[in-house]
Structures are given as structure tokens and as C-alpha cells.
Write a protein that binds this ligand. Structure first.
Ligand code: 8X3
Length: 258
């Protein structure tokens, strides 16, 4: 098969927030599973470098700079796809860990914009192409924070609950169409940026999140889970998959050593 024929025959997966962490690992995982992955994120150098790495490994990837909170940009991006097989809504994250009494409303707003409105923009814009493929998959990467709360988490927890509701409602609304809606809810995952961003770049506070936890999940662990769910036969819909490290029995029960 020529490279052009391969490109035309491979299923296509869009991954948002593909510049680092779970998004980058998922792009690698789906590319290795035979998808042509379209990496999107705001940071051009990072997605360019990752697309080059995947391509050099003999797989298919391209990069597209995209801010999921910018609806006009998302709509322009969606025009590239008359049909599309998979979208992984991964872009988002946490900002701050203050109690409700003192949380920063602007941080709450930004978390809602990136996690919820970003997922809404991308899903709305790409749903016609996913439907046109005859076998589309929407993945929403939520969090265990979408299924239970904890002190200091309310802004992030509220946004992740909203993402969960978006996924669950969309699944109800489009049943009978050829599109699955899969929610993956990871617990404690150690990535280079999640906790650092949440704590405004403070490495000590970020390190405390994982202190004494022998083996938090890695981005690759979650990417494996996403890739597994996406590659099930198309009549199999993994509605919701909660994945935590063995050391975490619930949002409240995290085993720390020492
Ligand atoms: C990350 C999980 O526990 O930091 O989505 O909310 S937690």
C-alpha cells in the first residue's frame, strides 16, 4: 500500500490537549493502533514535535493549533472533516484548590470554559462528521472529580461533573445514531503538568499531591484505557470507565507510604 492509500484508508482520530500528559499519550496510543491522529493544542512547538515523533515511527499524525474555547477556530477546524471516526475531548485541567469560601471566581470560570465549553464546542462542531462516518466515537476524558467531591476541589469538581453530564446527556440524545459516547474518568494520574498548573507553578505543592504514593497512574496507563475503549467493536459502548491507581480506593482513601 502506498503512503497515500494508507492515509486514505486509516480511521482518523482528533485528540484535544495533545501537547502533554494524557492527550499526548493518547495520540501515541491511537497512532500505534492504526489511527491517523490529528493533534490539537494551543502550543504549536509541542504538537509539531509529537507529530514528527509519531511520523518518524512510521505512523500517521498531523498537528493543528487550536484553542478549544474559541468557537470560530473550532468551527474552522471542523471544516477539514467531511467524516471523522473519533474525537477525544481531553483538553482541560484544574486551577486552584481553594475552599468555596475563598475560591477565585475567575479560575472557576476558566475551568468551566476549558473543560466544559471546550468539550461542547469540539463535540458540537465535529458531531456531523462523526455521524457521517457511519461509526463515530466521542470520548470525554472527565475525572473521578466528576463523580464525587472533596474539600478544596469544588471549582474543578463542578466543571468535571458538568463534563460527565454532557457525556451522559449526549448519549441519551443521540441513541440510534451511529455514534458512541465514552466517558473515561481517571483518578490520581501523575503527569508533568496537571498538579503544577493547579498550584500555579509551585513545585512543592504539586509534589505533595503524589507524596508517598508508590505508583500513581501514568498518562500511558490512561491512554491504554482510552485506546482499549475506542478499539472495541463499534456496537460495544463503554459508557463510563473509572480508572484509579491501586493505592487509591476512593477520592478520600489514598494510601501513602512513610
Ligand atoms: C484529577 C483527579 O483527584 O485531582 O482529575 O481531582 S483529582
Amino acid at each position: 500500500m502506498t503512503a497515500t492509500e494508507q492515509q486514505a484508508s486509516s480511521p482518523v482520530a482528533v485528540v484535544t490537549g495533545a501537547s502533554s500528559g494524557i492527550g499526548a499519550a493518547t495520540a501515541r496510543g491511537l497512532a500505534a493502533a492504526g489511527y491517523r491522529v490529528v493533534l490539537t493544542a494551543r502550543r504549536k512547538e509541542r504538537i509539531d514535535a509529537l507529530a514528527a515523533e509519531i511520523t518518524e515511527a512510521g505512523q500517521q499524525a498531523e498537528a493543528y493549533v487550536l484553542d478549544v474555547t474559541d468557537r470560530a477556530a473550532v468551527d474552522a477546524f471542523a471544516e477539514r472533516f467531511p467524516t471523522l471516526d473519533v474525537v477525544v475531548n481531553n483538553a482541560g485541567g484544574a486551577l486552584g484548590a481553594d475552599p468555596v469560601a475563598t475560591g477565585d471566581p475567575d479560575e472557576w470560570r476558566r475551568m468551566y470554559e476549558t473543560n466544559v465549553i471546550g468539550t461542547l464546542h469540539v463535540t458540537q462542531a465535529l458531531l456531523p462528521a462523526l455521524t457521517a462516518s457511519g461509526d463515530g466515537t466521542v470520548v470525554v476524558v472527565s475525572s473521578t472529580a466528576g463523580h464525587g467531591t472533596y474539600e478544596g476541589g469544588a471549582g474543578y469538581v463542578a466543571a468535571k461533573h458538568a463534563e460527565h453530564v454532557l457525556a451522559e446527556t449526549l448519549r441519551l440524545e443521540i441513541v440510534g445514531s451511529p455514534v458512541r459516547v465514552i466517558e473515561i474518568a481517571p483518578g490520581l494520574v501523575k503527569t508533568e503538568e496537571f498538579a503544577l498548573t493547579r498550584f500555579h507553578g509551585d513545585p512543592e505543592k504539586a509534589a505533595k499531591v503524589y507524596a508517598g504514593v508508590a505508583a500513581p497512574l501514568t498518562a500511558d496507563d490512561v491512554a491504554d484505557t482510552i485506546t482499549w475503549a475506542v478499539t472495541r467493536p463499534s456496537h460495544v459502548n463503554i459508557d463510563l470507565l473509572v480508572v484509579r491507581p491501586r493505592a487509591q480506593a476512593s477520592n478520600y482513601k489514598l494510601h501513602r507510604e512513610g
